[in-house]
Design a protein around this ligand. Structure first.
Ligand code: NBP
Length: 484
């Protein structure tokens, strides 16, 4: 036995503070994170060899391997706390069914996977009916976050959150000294907020890709682009995604020496959380056009073979970006920053709508605060969102906050020029232009919806309101008959 192992064994408790069920990438790293904060962790994986390997690789740590679920449950201090880190979907239900007969009243099951919030609500009601307690916790940050400090979005009853709080707060990332975790709300609120986080992540990534695409069309080398993103990471665009983009762009393919990103096939994958966000936004009539554009951009990218064929059939202009490079960088910076603000404004509007609908009482400022560290969208600018909602919790739209309004007003001219430049060069910028379209629609005193209402009244007698009469009064016109 190594000295560390001896020392650890000496401090082993009879029963563990937490059980982690599922030892794939996330589970094993979270178990190590919890253990490193002075907790004893029991671990279980359906395939025992994984548990065995994990324990062998982490000799001396306060980890207790368990071979069966019964052993796992028996190894835990009461009330038992079991963190499920299994594949989202049927596996979560299967594991819950197996655990129920083994657990006692008041024990806590935490689902830390990427579950759909409606599944979480269903499981919450089910476990509560069995006298058990349930937390649906969104956990963001991937492998590294899980090990070193993720952003955690737990939903469930306040009393259950309070039991979990010491563990969650110690393992979460810290941003300016504050743990990136707080109680989000009841039921499925935590997993819902994680879903919106992922939707926003899709938007952020696509906006960065559009900036890259414009730079490429303007003849930037990948090293020039890397330097640009690195510089941006020092300023108001500072974020994890900008940082990793700068690093990725300077990597060279060891086989060819070419920039690594140019060797990677332009076909994006997705796991579905972006699509869930779109469906939910549509169900609640909230516009999230930037995230929508981002999800659709991934879908279109996947049609690689069709795109290659169409590139020979469908005509467009030759890219012709003549703006000097430093000027282009400044303009694209503004387009990216403004589009990002719009994307967050849309995401926050969706959070606010669902909060009201479900009476979750989400604290939008606090949600932005716990996204500042650990998670994929971590960024300096989230502090500004926190400030915006702290000074006005009823803010109708983030774009109207004095700080963001100032940025948008300053950036809007460059933003337009970038979108115009892209359109006239035949370069698709779906997220930049969707964001600008939202901005221009939202700030339009009068939209062409008057004509739309005329059309609806024409073919369906749907009636309309008049500009010169009180709201709510409905009118109908006998429109001329259409022949043929
Ligand atoms: P996976 O999502 O790849 O799931 C693999 C784990 O699930 C293994 O431990 C596997 O056991 C277990 N499992 C399955 Br599959 N079916 C099971 C069943 N019927 N009963 C018991 N165990 C079962 O793991 P992951 O990538 O670590 O992700 C875990 C969760 O965290 C997911 O919901 C994921 O979406 C979410 N998440 C992942 C990331 C990431 O970066 N990977 C980031 C954020 C959130 P086995 O070894 O016996 O097959």
């Amino acid at each position: 036995m190594t000295p560390t192992a001896k020392q650890a064994t000496a401090t082993m408790k009879q029963q563990s503070d937490l059980g982690v069920l599922g030892l794939a990438v996330m589970g094993r790293n979270l178990a190590l994170n919890v253990e490193s904060h002075d907790f004893q962790v029991s671990v279980y994986n359906r395939t025992y060899s994984t548990t065995d390997e994990f324990i062998a690789a982490n000799d001396g740590k306060r980890l207790v391997p368990t071979r069966t679920l019964d052993e796992l449950v028996q190894s835990l201090a009461s009330p038992r706390k079991i963190l499920l880190m299994v594949k989202a979907g049927a596996a979560v239900d299967a594991v819950i069914e197996q655990l129920i007969p083994l657990l006692e009243r008041g024990d806590i099951v935490i689902d830390g996977g990427n579950s759909h919030y409606t599944d979480t609500e269903r499981r919450d009601a089910y476990l509560t009916s069995k006298g058990l307690r349930f937390i649906g916790a969104g956990i963001s940050g991937g492998e590294e976050g899980a090990r070193k400090g993720p952003s955690i979005m737990p939903g469930g009853p306040t009393s259950t959150w309070e039991v979990m709080q010491p563990i969650f707060e110690s393992i979460a990332a810290k941003a300016e000294g504050e743990p990136c975790v707080s109680h989000i709300g009841p039921g499925g609120a935590g997993h819902y907020v994680k879903m919106i986080h992922n939707g926003i992540e899709y938007g952020d990534m696509q906006l960065i890709c559009e900036a890259y695409n414009l730079f490429k069309a303007a003849g930037f080398t990948s090293d020039e682009m890397a330097a640009t993103f690195k510089r941006w990471n020092e300023g108001d665009l500072q974020s994890y995604l900008i940082q990793i983009t700068g690093i990725a762009l300077e990597q060279k393919d060891p086989q060819t020496g070419a920039p690594m990103v140019e060797i990677i096939l332009d076909k994006a994958g997705q796991k579905g959380t972006g699509r869930w966000t779109l469906i939910n936004a549509a169900e609640n009539a909230v516009v999230i056009s930037t995230i929508n554009a981002a999800v659709e951009a991934r879908v279109l990218s996947a049609l690689k073979e069709q795109r290659v064929a169409a590139s020979r059939e469908l005509q467009g202009p030759k890219a012709n970006i003549t703006v000097a490079k430093p000027e282009l960088v400044a303009k694209v910076h503004d387009a990216l920053y403004a589009s990002k603000i719009v994307s967050y404004a849309q995401g926050m509007a969706l959070l606010m709508t669902m909060s009201e609908k479900k009476d979750w009482q989400l604290d939008l400022g606090q949600i932005a605060a716990i996204w500042r560290g650990g998670c994929i969208i971590r960024a300096r600018f989230l502090n500004r969102i926190t400030d915006a909602y702290r000074s006005n919790p009823a803010l109708a739209n983030l774009m109207l906050d004095p700080f963001f309004k100032g940025v948008l007003n300053k950036a809007q001219q460059n933003w337009r020029e970038v979108v115009a430049m892209a359109v006239s060069s035949g370069i698709a910028v779906p997220a930049f232009s969707a964001s600008l379209g939202y901005y221009d629609s939202y700030r339009a005193e009068r939209l062409p919806a008057n004509l739309l209402q005329a059309q609806r009244d024409f073919f369906g007698a749907h009636t309309y309101e008049r500009v010169d009469k009180p709201p709510g009064e409905r009118f109908h016109t006998q429109w001329p008959e259409v022949i043929g």
